[in-house]
Design a protein around this ligand. Sequence first.
Ligand SMILES: [Zn+2]
Ligand SMILES: [Zn+2]
Length: 326
Amino acid sequence: MTAMQGGEGIRVPDGAEIVGQVGGMPRLWVSLPADEDGFIGMRCPKCGEDFRLHNDDYEGLPESIWCVYCGLSSHKGWFETVQQHDRFLVAVRDFGAQVALRMTNGLSPDGEILFGGRPYRPQPLPPIDEERLVRVRNCGSCRLRYAVFGQHRYCPACGQLPAHIVAADALDAATDRLDDLTRRTGAEAKALREQGVFDQTRTDILIALVSLVETLAKAIDGRPVPRRDRNVFQRLEPMADRFVDAGFADLRQRVNEAIWQRLKVTWQQRHLLVHNDGVVDSSYLENDPTGSAKLGQRLRISDRECRQAIEDTRHLCAAIAALKTP
Ligand SMILES: [Zn+2]
Ligand SMILES: [Zn+2]
């Protein structure tokens, strides 16, 4: 029987192989084909969200990897997608069936495992057809190539991403959202506009810009913030003052004057959108450097303004991140 414990007589489908033995039992290996971009899927066992990794980078990964979204750190083998699991299961079932048949009936004179009088033929492995990536990301520290399907905070290999990388990524995502809307045409674009999706997207982006600057500035500053100053990083001048007080360079001099003035408008617009549904009030009018706002009028952000705000914020984020690099 010893000879029977190996892979003798067992047939495996294309894409699977018997590779050596563990504890006297043959060991099965199942390939995970990469998609056309060379990427394979990963699903976090905790949050259930998917991300993708470049197949060539997978082997070099540490044993334990991070979920890009929730930060779970676990053995990479646990990050299995449903389709990968199904593919593996098909191979394992066929393999198990053949081991059982061989134990019961032995091998035919031709060395085959028989089932119903005929040689056993395993099922082909199901192909993998998962959601394709949108954009390849390259970790700035470890160069790992990966792709995500939402806002992420971790590199699968090195964990928590630096705040300025998260900010730069969110800015790219904001531009992608605008581009996506611009691509819509005809009836679809009309319907989306009517539903307020265009306006809402620009409003959401403006609000997100301020909060991503706040997160980045807090991380770079690193000092505890007294309760009365808890919104200090939501306001440009107080934020710049706070950095100056701590001995950092003056942000107002690090981004050029025109950008700083436009940022101030963006920050005021965001304040109005969050606190007054975008309806121009007297305090907004007092500070309105454009001089074009009218009392009681509702603010509308154009695509051009929104893109400009994203680019200006990109300059600001770079300046904030550079405060800590001499
Ligand atoms: Zn997760
Ligand atoms: Zn990394």
